[in-house]
Design a protein around this ligand. Sequence first.
Ligand SMILES: *Cc1c(COP(=O)(O)O)cnc(C)c1O
Length: 377
Amino acid sequence: MGSVAVWPETEVRQPIEGANGYLTVNLSALSRNYAKLSTLVAPAQAAAVVKFDAYGLGAKRVCSVLYGIGCRHFFVAQFDEAAKLRPGLAADAKVFVLNGLQPGNEEACSHSDIVPVLNSLEQWRRWSATAKRRKCNLEAVLQFDTGMSRLGVPPEERSSLAAELVSQAGVEILFIMSHLASADELDSGQNTDQLVAMKRISKEFPHLDICFANSGGIFLGKDYHGQLARAGIALYGGSPSSSNPNPMEPVVGLDVAVVQTRTVPAGARVGYSGTHIVARETRLATIAAGYADGLPRSLSGRGAVYYEGRRLPIVGRVSMDSVTVDVTALPKGTLSLGSLVEVLGPHQALEDLARDAGTISYEILTGLGNRYHKQYR
Ligand SMILES: *Cc1c(COP(=O)(O)O)cnc(C)c1O
């Protein structure tokens, strides 16, 4: 418990017969991350953001584990995702749809105990019309734009909305919500600007609970916690802040199998377009994952994989289904068909791979694809 190094070599290195690679999801680390975030936001509650199949890790498993340790609020992006999850969750769990509803989904949503996040006056009107038509009470979250200009009721629609809210029975607002644009930057002025805007909105829509912070927002302090925080990336081990050391425990490991090894002479070209030319005799290994498996093509000639702590640089272009790495640093014969190399694990965090690829941990995680053998621990 509490240790950050949770990937003992012996557990990760055991090849599974026939697997080209495997993705390990550490469910106990996930639980500890949830517990940590819950403690940080208490007495507010921590919701789990499980959109895109819990950032690719498997929403059903993630939800059942988190429900087991007290999580009762789950956010997805789309109605279809909610419709898949809802039947497997207990009645006291709430499932929210961040994007709200598309025209045509309202009726199905109203019958399935799923709560839309209403992002505009139009979404609000469609939902309240559904409540009226069905003569029933429907729940909703109201999202406001506090400066990200992405989703949420814009400032100019607020007074109409406030007026309609007063006169319209039938929709129960569970939370007012907004989303932070720069929460991963601890001292960005945009955070305080958005907080001020949220406080103003909270006065215009009084007596409603507030749902504001994402993972990064949780680390901005109490002012940002409201009554419900929405944690995504931090649950899955990603860093909530871009400047501070990552306080979360890694949840995801990725090991990929070697397909072929070879020794090439000085001057040999490697990969598509022959972009890499080896300077001296070089031992190479080609591993069974490429850009189709979420190793971005931007890793071509950049970044590395690891074997027992040794860095094995990626050489040449990343292909669709494979990547070639320079294994000269390892004693001859160390790697052979089926050996597993570490892509994510004790020597390479999500953020490391993301940095080398010129992207963010979220994009790495959600891009990993479904060709790996997924294993829960
Ligand atoms: C994705 C998302 C979250 C989760 O953000 P993390 O940074 O992963 O914690 C929270 N709120 C909204 C509106 C989102 O779109």
